[in-house]
Design a protein around this ligand. Structure first.
Ligand SMILES: Cc1ncc(COP(=O)(O)O)c(C=O)c1O
Length: 391
């Protein structure tokens, strides 16, 4: 089945009485009762048996896992309580002290934080690469302790798209497990497992659930043996998805392809218009011909996504003014929901950094990040124009 169909026809188990509920039942139960000790003992054998205890497996959560595996064309999935739960769970399950990780330089801050922590406390070496050249993976992975390559399909807020086919092929040839955070692209725009990745991780908080009402994460595996190896570690970690969060995520996922089309169309239109505005000095969006990742993006993505960033001529003050003046867009930290959100790193998440420190972090003082929603684009443009004009 094609992707739109897979998003709507979610995995569902037979229901008592033989009919099939159209909406996956929400099984809000922490544990499941058995009639015999032998049955209970047998059910505890692995990830796919009878349900025993919801940290190990739950029907609503399993429906989400199977549907996600279908969307990403994977062999199986594990759902988590958040995107960070998924990233931490996969890294902790696969790495041992002394291992080396090759990581893209421009990763989500939370992923950087976990890697730095693992480096400091467990002696895991982290080698950073740009993500533009497979030779970097080959050079970094000559070290025999290299275990894992960590990439993002679309990096935030630069819009960098790494050369996934080349990098993943290099990792595979060297026996290095590759993990791709596909949160910003979603399986609608890119399916990294089809390009050779071993594991895809998601913050399902973002586009997959899509309505800013639930936190969640997932790891999807190309190979089921790898999922079975990671699963016991994630049961120990306990960052499991709650059934209601899984239910909300499934409900959101049914419209994922429709929403992604609107996010991409709106973001592309705004990126072009912002590029032509006198108050804007640079726009970062991978679907724009001038973006450094444009050629790769056209190869690996089927749309530019909903996230863009732009730099304002007036620097830090102009950025702060812009996020306080918009009226349709809201000032909030997340992304990937139906509503347009803006942030200005220099006056929010990175406000302690001076000009030099901001430059070292690759963030221009006037940089505004916009997660473009599915509102009418003319409303979004008028909102942005007014906020830019009032300076
Ligand atoms: C690319 C990316 N990965 C992972 C995460 C973490 O996800 P969560 O907030 O669901 O833990 C985020 C959050 O912003 C993100 O942008």
């Amino acid at each position: 089945m094609e992707l739109n169909t897979r998003a709507v026809h979610v995995f569902n188990e037979p229901f008592q009485g033989g009919s099939w509920p159209l909406s996956v039942p929400l099984v809000q139960s922490s544990a499941f009762a058995f009639d015999s000790a032998a049955e209970l003992a047998e059910a505890m054998a692995g990830p796919d048996g009878q349900y025993v205890y919801s940290r190990r497996g739950n029907p609503t959560v399993r429906a989400l896992e199977q549907t996600l595996a279908g969307l990403e064309q994977g062999a199986g999935a594990i759902a988590f309580a958040s995107g960070m739960g998924a990233i931490s769970g996969v890294l902790l399950a696969l790495l041992r002290p002394g291992d080396r990780v090759v990581a893209q330089r421009c990763l989500y801050g939370g992923s950087h934080a976990v890697l730095s922590d693992l480096a400091e406390r467990y002696g895991i070496e982290v080698v950073r690469i740009s993500g533009d050249d497979p030779a970097e993976v080959e050079a970094a992975a000559v070290h025999p302790a290299t275990r894992l390559l960590l990439l993002e399909t679309i990096a935030n807020p630069t819009g960098q798209v790494p050369d996934l086919p080349g990098l993943l092929a290099a990792a595979r040839a060297l026996g290095v497990t590759s993990v791709v955070d596909n949160s910003l692209a979603s399986p609608v725009l890119c399916r990294p497992l089809e390009l050779g990745a071993d594991i895809v991780v998601h913050s399902t908080t973002k586009y997959l659930s899509g309505h800013s009402d639930v936190l969640g994460g997932a790891a999807v595996f190309a190979d089921d043996e790898l999922r079975r190896r990671v699963w016991p570690r994630t049961v120990e970690l306990g960052a499991c998805a709650d059934p209601f969060a899984a239910w909300l995520t499934l409900r959101g996922m049914a419209t994922l392809p429709l929403r992604m089309r609107e996010h991409c169309a709106n973001a592309a239109a705004l990126a072009e218009r912002l590029e032509g505005h006198a108050g804007v000095t640079a726009v970062h969006y991978p679907w724009l011909a001038g973006h450094p990742s444009y050629a790769v993006a056209r190869k690996v993505l089927s749309g530019g996504g909903g996230l863009l960033s732009f730099e304002l001529a007036g620097g830090r003050e102009a950025g702060r003014d812009f996020i306080e003046r918009v009226r349709v867009a809201r000032l909030a930290l997340s992304l990937g929901g139906v509503e347009t959100l803006v942030t200005h790193p220099a006056s929010t998440s990175h406000r302690e950094l001076d000009g030099a420190a901001l430059a070292a972090a690759g963030i221009a003082p006037g940089l505004v990040r916009m997660s473009v929603g599915i509102e009418d684009v003319e409303d979004l443009w008028r909102d942005a124009e007014l906020a830019l004009a009032r300076r």
